[in-house]
Ligand binder design. Structure first.
Ligand code: FES
Ligand code: FES
Length: 151
């Protein structure tokens, strides 16, 4: 079946089964490999994108559930004011280790700052708790979110 999806400001046509997860559409159909596959079960956060600004696990989001909602991925988050601040803070604080989880971390962090420009530690813990980093970059992630919030 053909679906028209709004992604990063463009409308894209994809011909897939309606149950296909958005993550598969992004990576395998559209060639947008910035969003990562980790667990496939909404447990790790590696696949996080924004749907209408809300952080969403694309591995468990069927394409037929999206309708006319706006999807934003890591490829375009730097074009938003908050996303650009987050990416700069990530670089300044040298957050990344292996990098695998970091697209999802940045998408969750940017959604947090878009909704709460001055998050408390508890806000950060709550917003980021579903994003797992096997390299343990959590302290630098927290510092970078605080830097972005104060910039
Ligand atoms: S790959 Fe989606 S939450 Fe882990
Ligand atoms: S930087 Fe390696 S898993 Fe997070």
């Amino acid at each position: 079946m053909t679906f028209l999806i709004k992604i990063n400001g463009n409308t894209r046509s994809v011909d897939v089964d309606g149950h296909t997860p958005l993550l598969w559409v992004l990576r395998d159909v559209l060639g947008m490999t910035g969003t990562k596959f980790g667990c496939g079960m909404a447990l790790c956060g590696a696949c996080t994108v924004h749907i209408n600004g809300k952080p969403t696990r694309s591995c468990v989001t069927p394409i037929d559930s999206i309708g006319t909602s706006e999807i934003t991925t890591i490829e375009a988050i730097g074009k938003t004011a908050v996303g650009a601040k987050i990416q700069k803070a990530w670089l300044d604080r040298e957050v990344v280790q292996c990098g695998y989880c970091q697209s999802g971390q940045i998408m969750s962090a940017s959604a947090l700052l878009a909704s709460k420009p001055r998050p408390t530690d508890a806000d950060i813990d709550h917003a980021m708790s579903g994003n797992i980093c096997r390299c343990g970059t959590y302290v630098r992630i927290r510092d970078a979110i605080k830097q972005a919030a104060s910039s």
